[in-house]
Design a binder for this molecule. Structure first.
Ligand SMILES: CC(C)(COP(=O)(O)OP(=O)(O)OC[C@H]1O[C@@H](n2cnc3c(N)ncnc32)[C@H](O)[C@@H]1OP(=O)(O)O)[C@@H](O)C(=O)NCCC(=O)NCCS
Length: 184
């Protein structure tokens, strides 16, 4: 079961097949997919990919969430994910993608925070990773603001990729720090 999350500005709800066209429209912007490997230039394969990624199946509590404005459940700002890395691997990855009109307003960071809490507290994950293109500074900054640490470079789809990680112990320490400094 994927819960619904609310933040000060956002509503996050499980992605469904009804969101496929909005995902396709977002991905039609080359800036959005610039640093991500996928079947973006083949409309049929692209739709099939989005549908398969929406349906999973994923371990309990994991999946994709559509980001909406809190006061408008019909809006589509983009999505965040918490799924097995690349859809298949044992590690669990966190990821984010927004329509370009929504960039640089803190939305990716705000949307990812409840996912991390959910991953560590409810799903009881030992670690969450992110894999990011070396030139994707926006995504790297989101990972760093969330508290993920860069732990190395891996080869993904034949290209060097930065690997970020956060363990349950690291996330818990950040929560304690936030409580002490009044930023919880
Ligand atoms: C990456 C992405 C999700 C960032 O979303 P966002 O909502 O703009 O990010 P935020 O506003 O939460 O920004 C977090 C930080 O990153 C910074 N940032 C955002 N975009 C940036 C960019 N292109 N270059 C440098 N810094 C950037 C912000 O200034 C902010 O840092 P600050 O608080 O110190 O100022 C968005 O650019 C996107 O959807 N890109 C296309 C899809 C993609 O590449 N996804 C990631 C694949 S790994």
């Amino acid at each position: 079961m994927q819960p619904i999350f609310e933040t000060s500005r956002l509503l996050l709800r499980p992605r469904t097949l009804a969101d496929t066209d909005a995902c396709l429209a977002m991905d039609a912007d080359p800036a959005v997919t610039r640093f991500v490997t996928g079947p973006w230039s083949d409309p049929i394969a692209h739709r099939t990919f989005i549908e398969a990624r929406t349906l999973g199946p994923y371990p309990r509590g994991l999946g994709y969430w559509v980001i909406c404005r809190r006061n408008d459940a019909e809006s589509f700002l983009g999505w965040v994910l918490l799924i097995p890395a690349d859809g298949t691997r044992p590690e669990i990855e966190i990821g984010w993608r927004l329509r370009q009109a929504e960039w640089r307003q803190g939305i990716a960071t705000e949307a990812a925070e409840p996912l991390l809490r959910h991953g560590f507290v409810t799903v009881k994950l030992p670690e969450v990773i992110a894999e990011i293109h070396p030139d994707n500074s926006g995504s790297q900054r989101v990972a760093e603001k969330l508290g993920l640490r860069r732990i190395g470079v891996v080869s993904l789809h034949g290209a060097p990729t930065l690997r970020y990680s956060m363990t349950l112990a690291e996330w818990s320490a950040l929560q304690r720090l936030a409580t002490v400094t009044g930023k919880a």
